[in-house]
Design a binder for this molecule. Structure first.
Ligand code: EPZ
Length: 434
């Protein structure tokens, strides 16, 4: 399915920000380490979440969703359950089953995970980290086979070659149930990781964090879930995407959420570009009262500029005043959207790890191709500034993985977007003029 946009609009109004996808995925996986029912609130309704929940059901977990609360209870199986390769290969989040299944069953055969085609997506850091805690792995044709010769994780010292978000999350889950103390260095400091740390601390796992290291006192057994349900923080990537949308369309938007940690870098960036921002008890009010100044940025591990907001903020630079350079240091293939923006009249030059941009005030609609989750959302946003109709091919299959009710939310803010089976913009226009 493609997304048809008849023309430009200024986005105005209030938009609710859903729960964080990348915080929810490790929390769901961690439920395998609990004896009892783990209750979560504010888990977003997304394709990637649904794929992981289906995998959990296959593994013997009972999943109940009622009154905005998601409850997970794992019924222990006699031996390590089978993981469906077709499902596991759909999302990156399946890599988060590695530590919990090892911690629960002492062995696992994990089909290689999937995810956006933004880079190779290796898992060597995950295997290295769990090996420091006593696991042994071998690569089989069906995937990665891992087991714990001692039957449990043992505390150890992990020094990641570079920060890895899901790698740190796997290490934390293993360390929590290990016998002994684990020190994790060069870990990812993303707020999504801190959500998992907070949940584990609420289960009685002693965890000390600093910029340099995380120290975990393993409890040496499965965990007892907290009595209260845990509320997942709002999704800072969705919030950042709507902030970029406000800038691109020179709009006026109130982002509604209760708790959205980790936006500091993005808010400083937008303030320097000239966006008007004010935090209040309902969330964050953003408006564009003057032409924005383009600003260069380089993606980096948290608290650096988040790579998952590179595409929407590159799009924002395309229609802001002046020159800028966007450098991507996390993923080796995350500029496919920039090449599509050229078709709308954006003035930019794409090089392997950076794109230089000359901002313009005018773009024109075009037929463009979506390639990945964040790039497809950014392409839709940029089409909201372009004069004339646009068709974004293949967008829906990407953005629905990471943005809940994305089209509905944009439509409530004034966009006139619609899903279509059309594969050519010309065909739509011919039909309109027939
Ligand atoms: C998480 O992916 C996010 N996904 C990604 O968001 C995000 O882009 C990324 O972190 C940012 O670092 C989830 O949390 C589900 P990494 P992850 O391990 O954990 C290299 C989105 O749009 N690396 O932090 O898979 C890797 O190649 C998605 O929501 C290894 O070399 O990423 C990359 O260069 C896209 N070996 C860097 O580390 C490994 O074993 C950071 O990757 C692991 C990673």
């Amino acid at each position: 399915m493609a997304i048809y946009n008849p023309g430009p609009c200024k986005l105005q109004g209030a938009v609710p920000i859903a729960g964080s996808k990348n915080a929810s995925l490790p929390l769901l996986a961690s439920s395998l380490l609990f004896n009892g029912e783990l209750k979560l609130r504010n888990v977003p309704d997304l394709i990637d979440i649904g794929v992981l929940l289906n995998l959990m059901r296959d593994l013997g977990s009972c999943v109940v969703i009622e009154h905005q609360q998601l409850s997970l209870t794992h019924q222990a199986q006699g031996k390590a359950p089978h993981i469906c390769p077709q499902k596991a290969s759909k999302i990156r989040g399946s890599v988060l089953l590695l530590a919990p299944l090892l911690g629960r069953y002492g062995e696992i055969l994990l089909p290689l995970p999937g995810g956006c085609h933004i880079g190779k997506r290796p898992i060597d850091f995950h295997l290295y980290a769990l090996e420091q805690l006593g696991a042994q792995f071998s690569l089989l044709p069906q995937g990665i086979y891992g087991h714990l010769p001692r039957g449990h994780f043992t505390g150890g010292h992990i020094i990641f070659p570079k920060p890895t978000v899901t790698g740190t999350e796997n290490a934390l889950m293993a360390a929590a149930v290990a016998q002994g103390t684990t020190c994790i260095e060069n870990h990812a400091q993303d707020d999504e990781v801190h959500e998992l740390i907070t949940l584990l601390q609420q289960c009685g796992v002693a965890i000390e964090t600093s910029e340099d290291a995380i120290e975990v006192q393993g409890v040496g057994r499965l965990l007892t879930p907290p009595p209260e349900s845990f509320e997942v923080c709002a999704d800072r990537m969705e919030a950042g995407t709507f902030l970029a949308a406000c800038g691109i369309t020179q709009g006026d938007i109130l982002l509604k959420y209760r708790r959205c940690p980790g936006l500091e870098t993005v808010l400083e960036h937008l303030d320097a570009m000239g966006m008007s921002l004010s935090l209040n008890e309902n969330g964050l009010h953003a408006s564009v009262l003057q032409p924005l100044k383009a600003r260069s940025f380089t993606t980096a591990p948290h608290p650096g500029f988040p790579t998952d907001l590179q595409a929407p903020f590159l799009a924002l630079n395309c229609v802001s005043d002046g020159k800028s350079v966007v450098e991507e240091t996390i993923w080796e293939n995350r500029f496919l959207h920039a090449k599509e923006f050229l078709k709308m009249g954006a003035q930019l030059e794409v090089m392997p790890n950076q794109t230089s941009i000359q901002g313009v005030r005018e773009l024109h609609g075009a037929e463009i191709q979506a390639h990945d989750l964040r790039g497809s959302a950014a392409s839709i946003l940029l089409s909201l500034r372009a004069k004339g109709p646009s068709l974004i091919l293949g967008a829906e299959s990407h953005f629905e993985r990471g943005y809940s009710f994305f089209l509905e939310k944009l439509s409530r803010l004034g966009a006139k977007l619609e899903k279509t089976t059309a594969t050519r913009l010309g065909a739509i226009l011919e039909k309109q003029h027939a």
